[in-house]
Design a protein around this ligand. Structure first.
Ligand SMILES: Nc1ncnc2c1ncn2[C@@H]1O[C@H](COP(=O)(O)OP(=O)(O)OP(=O)(O)O)[C@@H](O)[C@H]1O
Length: 359
């Protein structure tokens, strides 16, 4: 699958732009702030119906304009898929597939698999546990709709349970039986979500470690620990034990919405002890493992968006990375970089067709 052309109107910094794309490698080069990342983001937007960098739709409309349109033609299984995403101030976003408007944007997810590797991924290391859970959930959900639906049910029940705890506090009462009605519905969901996460990580971890070893060409030991209260305590016990605390806090303090992933390098948290290059290598390996996982499960090779990829990596890691993507495992790739010469020199070492767009 690949994108053959991309057309933008009033998308972020672009008034109008057209790109006829190469089937393999496309590089967008130019100075800081020129719009390289915006092009990659437009492709992400076409695939996943939202921006990777700014989920607030109106803020993706060019300043002073009323609407944006992104359209692109993908060639998938020898069929053309024309996708259009448009948004007008004050109106809902419209996504069309071959001229037909989707009733629900979620119906589009999965048609065009895309993986982005960007400096913004550092949030996965620096930010709170919800960022890492979102990543974990998005990778699993893409190929497991039961998991996705369980998560939706679970989150709804937690919201309702929290509302009940607030009601108890406001009315100075406590009804353990009413709380248990929620706990009984939550318990099987907690068990399933926890088990799916454990099983997923067992499969994902070796792929991730393998990519890290390739990029770093070293024996630096990296791993991902799945932190969860559910490893040692049953869901039923957890909810019962936390009842008093939850009453006091007025929210549910235990459950799979408190799980986290701990990223380590040589057994130490990478957040505190990893260099910038090691952190970038870690995140790149994480995203490439996501790529591999989606590819294996869906049978479709995702489009790979490499934003500012050469920044902070030493020459050795850059060349390892390029060696890796110069492989039949990968399909169409988009790269953004500030240096035309550097990009061209690196890309020329591959035996792939490429186009360079100077912005
Ligand atoms: N809604 C918008 N309307 C107009 N301009 C916008 C909008 N949103 C973002 N921009 C502009 O887009 C530019 C950023 O573009 P982008 O992030 O693609 O740059 P870049 O070429 O990747 O830069 P760098 O090399 O620094 O990463 C900024 O100048 C920003 O002001």
């Amino acid at each position: 699958m690949h994108l053959t052309n991309l057309h933008l109107i009033n998308y972020k910094s672009f008034e109008a732009a057209d790109f006829d794309l190469d089937e393999r490698i496309n590089c967008f080069v130019g100075n800081n702030g020129i719009g390289k990342t915006n092009v990659l983001d437009a492709i992400y937007h076409l695939a996943l119906t939202k921006s990777y960098f700014n989920p607030i739709t109106v803020q993706n409309i060019k300043h002073g304009e009323e609407f944006f349109v992104i359209s692109g033609e993908f060639l998938k299984n020898e069929q053309v898929e024309k996708i259009t995403v448009s948004a007008k101030r004050g109106n809902k976003k419209v996504v069309k597939r071959n001229g037909k408007i989707y009733d629900k944007l979620s119906e589009h997810i999965g048609l065009i698999p895309v993986v982005i590797i960007s400096p913004a991924d550092r949030d996965l290391i620096t930010e709170g546990s919800d960022t890492r859970r979102k990543f974990l959930d998005s990778v699993i959900s893409l190929e497991n709709s039961v998991y996705f639906n369980n998560l939706i049910k679970y989150n709804k029940l937690i919201q309702q349970r929290n509302a009940l705890l607030k009601y108890f506090a406001a009315n100075r009462k406590f009804d353990s039986a009413a709380l248990q009605v929620y706990d009984e519905q939550l318990i099987p969901l907690v068990k399933e979500i926890h088990l799916t996460r454990v099983e997923f990580l067992e499969q994902f971890l070796p792929i991730f470690k393998d990519f890290y070893a390739q990029i770093s060409s070293s024996s630096e030991e990296v791993t991902i620990h799945y932190k969860s209260d559910l490893h040692n305590t049953s869901a039923a016990q957890l909810f019962t034990q936390a009842q008093q605390k939850d009453m006091h806090l007025q929210y549910t303090s235990v459950g799979v919405h408190k799980d986290d992933l701990i990223f380590t390098l040589q057994d130490h948290p990478i957040k505190k002890y990893g260099s910038q290059g090691q952190q970038k290598s870690f995140l790149t390996a994480l995203k490439l493992a996501q790529f591999q996982f989606i590819k294996e499960r869906s049978g479709v090779t995702p489009i790979l968006l490499l934003d500012d990829i050469f920044d902070k990596l030493d020459e050795n890691r850059v060349s390892q990375l390029i060696n890796m993507v110069n492989d039949d495992r990968f399909g169409q790739i988009f790269i953004s970089d500030t240096h035309t010469d550097r990009t061209e020199a690196v890309i020329k070492t591959t035996d792939q067709s490429y186009k360079i767009f100077e912005l």
